[in-house]
Ligand binder design. Structure first.
Ligand SMILES: [Zn+2]
Length: 357
């Protein structure tokens, strides 16, 4: 699922294509994609508005429209945005289409239909995006943007010290920090050598600073690399390359780039979590209450002889390390193939902004 770097890339690619464009209508083939309106009310609500800005908040693309309104687009699992000439043949997975006055269309394609588009007005009093005047702000529940210059280590520390939870679910909690998801939480924890099950309250000030620095460093790097093209993620200008630079995410059984021991996988709150049990230690206090989770561990253990040969954990699939590494490599190849297929579909459906008629 696209996280901050992927959504930022989509917004940046979209901006030059649609800035200043006027929306004249909308079509919808899956009504639940529209979070706030019926298809008819949505079409009425967007018609005649001009795109004034394209940005991002948390994992949502925010398209600012004339007349104090904005669209929020949540890509979720498989959402994709394309800007194409209106005559481009319909694709069965396109759920919502915004028709532009210049005979182009913004198409929201979403195979699994978890993506959502909302249309909001701006509260004249507060300036917040709301469904109705005086209503609660759309982004009220979201935590700070990790790359916001105002978000400093002191603020991070202050928020962290109010929390008692374990680090992995905490980093995924959008009310704690906006935009971080499974990929970059795992990467940031590995980089800062903190175990995903470590509780926030056990961090020393140096750990807190380290985590703050690594979360931001990894997000910045991922934005520069246009995000991680894993599964269905692609952006209007094409795929990202961060997937080639991930250290632990979906690398179960492969060698940790720091210590050479195999990357482990555990399941925390139904989410796969990848880490190095050597570089990211868990103290005895934090092991308490985590036994069931640690039992889900797969990824290999070390035999007395010194070679990595078999998987540990009662929840293991019974694969040897070689098999697990091969399975991981095969899964990655499959994902890459799928991403490439999506990219080809996108290329067929998409045109560069300067080739429009
Ligand atoms: Zn390691």
């Amino acid at each position: 699922m696209p996280e901050l770097p992927e959504v930022e890339t989509i917004a940046r690619d979209l901006r030059p294509r649609i800035l200043g464009a006027t929306i004249v209508g909308a079509r919808c083939s899956w009504t639940r994609t529209l979070r706030t309106h019926t298809p008819e009310a949505f079409a009425d609500g967007v018609a005649g508005r001009t795109v004034e800005a394209v940005g991002r908040r948390a994992k949502l693309v925010v398209v600012e429209l004339s007349g104090e309104a904005a669209l929020t687009i949540h890509m979720k699992m498989t959402g994709q945005l394309f800007v194409v000439p209106a005559e481009t043949p319909d694709d069965p997975y396109v759920r919502v289409v915004l028709e532009l006055a210049d005979d182009r269309e913004i198409r929201f394609r979403d195979i699994r239909k978890f993506g959502r588009i909302g249309l909001y007005g701006r509260d004249p009093g507060t300036g917040d995006l709301v469904t109705e005047v005086g209503g609660s702000a759309v982004f009220a529940a979201f935590g700070p943007e990790p790359l916001d210059p105002a978000f400093d280590v002191r603020e991070f520390r202050r928020r962290l010290r109010r929390r008692k939870g374990r680090l992995k679910p905490l980093l995924l909690d959008q009310s704690f920090l906006a935009g971080v998801g499974n990929i970059y939480a795992d990467e940031a924890l590995w980089a800062s050598r903190l175990h995903p099950l470590r509780t926030a309250g056990t961090l020393r000030p140096a750990d807190e600073r380290h985590l703050y620095t690594e979360v931001r460093r990894i997000l910045v790097e991922a934005v520069e690399r246009r995000g991680s093209s894993i599964d269905d993620y692609t952006a209007p200008d094409g795929d990202g390359s961060m997937q080639e630079h991930l250290q632990v995410y979906q690398r179960t059984g492969e060698a940790c780039q720091r210590c050479g021991r195999p990357v482990k996988r555990i399941v925390i709150g139904a989410r796969s979590t990848h880490f190095c049990s050597w570089c990211q230690r868990l103290g005895a206090a934090d092991r308490k209450g985590a036994t069931a989770i640690l039992r889900t561990m797969t990824g290999g253990t070390r035999r007395a002889g010194g070679r990595w040969t078999e998987l540990a954990g009662e929840g293991s699939l019974g694969l040897t390390l070689d098999e697990a590494a091969r399975a991981a490599a095969q899964a990655r190849t499959e994902r890459t193939k799928r991403a490439a297929a999506t990219r080809r579909a996108a290329a067929r459906a998409s045109v560069a902004p300067d080739t429009r008629s």
